[in-house]
Design a protein around this ligand. Structure first.
Ligand code: KG4
Ligand code: ZN
Length: 347
């Protein structure tokens, strides 16, 4: 079954073709970062308008690269939430219209399920059950995954998401949006041990996260540096390193705790922050020591992309799940409401 996947939930237009027999045939992405950078964050209306401009040209591109015709497509999957409502509506209406025109089924996919299943696109992929750490700009969640659609949220952020914390810390250091990759870049030049930031909530039992205290600590450290003279490049690198270390250490501790609690050895990390090299390395080392293993998507499939939506949609479409011919998107959407594969028939 050949499935077209469309991702338009935020500031990336992603389009991909996934075949359930042959795997990922082609994917294309347009990042709107340059459009939003001057505003210091995503401007929803600009995002929607650009998705309108980019989605069809990207579709032409993936069809050409895969050597396929539109008539070869057996189903269309699109991100139906969570995300920016206008941006979601663009993908949803376009996907529904294409599916209607081609006479094939369409299905709305949960964006975080897409992230969660992205490691399945790799040849060396995890077996169920596993614990997933979802770390993106809008979510920080630990999820027990027994199968597609069988998710139990073990813990989540009580305030900022991990990616959001990276973005806000970056802003304090005068770095552009999105800040995560910039913090990671500066951290590489940081002086180890110059600053030690608190590891939030690690001494409290449970699997929830909180990053707002770390944000305040960062702000105070920036202010101290300014008061002592200037906030020079080295100060920025040292703060970036201390910040990244604190977030990474917290995530590693909670992941180990979740695996222990669930008596599992396999961890998946996905979402934009899973591109962080320091996080990947430290999780791999910590888990190897305990006989566990961590799986992650290829770096280009850590952040938003069409391939993960095509994959998740293909699994559900193949199981006979189809949406009614009405576009419904959900800016907020708890993942635990998703049905398992067998529970929702065609119709
Ligand atoms: O999953 P994603 O592309 O979009 C959402 O669904 O939110 O995640 C974007 C987030 C941003 O907050 C960005 O700063 C962060 O992922 N990010 C990183 C890195 N690359 C992206 N954070 C830390 N280190 C990175 N290398
Ligand atoms: Zn995302």
């Amino acid at each position: 079954m050949l499935v077209l996947g469309l991702e338009t939930s935020c500031d990336e237009t992603g389009v991909a073709l996934y075949d359930t027999e042959r795997g990922l045939l082609a994917d294309a992405l347009f990042s709107q970062v340059d459009i939003h950078v001057e505003y210091g964050g995503v401007v929803p209306e600009l995002a929607s308008r650009d998705h309108i401009r980019k989605t069809l040209p990207l579709l032409e591109e993936v069809l050409a690269r895969a050597g396929c015709q539109a008539t070869d497509i057996d189903g269309v999957a699109y991100t139906a939430g969570p995300g920016l409502v206008g941006a979601l509506m663009v993908g949803a209406t376009l996907a529904r219209a294409l599916a209607w025109g081609w006479g094939v089924p369409a299905l709305g996919v949960h964006h975080m399920e897409g992230h969660l299943l992205a490691p399945m696109l790799e040849e060396d992929h995890p077996e169920y059950p596993f614990v997933a750490l979802l770390v993106s700009g809008g979510h920080t969640q630990l999820v027990r995954v027994d199968a597609i659609g069988q998710y139990r949220i073990l813990g989540e952020s009580l305030d900022d998401a991990a990616g959001e914390a990276f973005d806000k810390a970056a802003k304090m250091l005068g770095l552009p949006y999105p800040g995560g990759p910039h913090i990671a870049r500066l951290a590489r030049q940081g002086t180890p041990g110059r600053f030690t930031f608190p590891r939030p909530m690690v001494n409290r039992p449970g699997l929830d996260f909180s990053f707002s205290g770390l944000k305040t600590y960062t702000l105070n450290t920036v202010a101290d540096c300014r008061a002592a003279g200037d906030l020079d490049e080295q100060d920025k690198c040292d703060i970036a390193l201390a910040f990244e270390e604190a977030v990474v250490a917290t995530l590693v501790i909670k992941c180990r705790r979740a695996l222990k609690q669930e008596q599992l050895k396999t961890l998946v990390i996905a979402g934009g922050v899973s591109a962080n090299v320091n996080l990947r390395e430290q999780l791999a080392t910590a888990l190897a020591r305990e006989g566990g293993r961590v799986f992650y998507p290829a770096p280009r499939f850590c952040t938003d992309n069409g391939a993960m939506i095509a994959y998740a949609g293909a699994q559900r479409l193949q199981a006979g799940q189809v949406d009614a011919v009405a576009s419904r998107v959900r800016p907020r959407w708890p993942m635990e409401e998703l049905p398992p594969l067998a529970a929702r028939g065609a119709g």
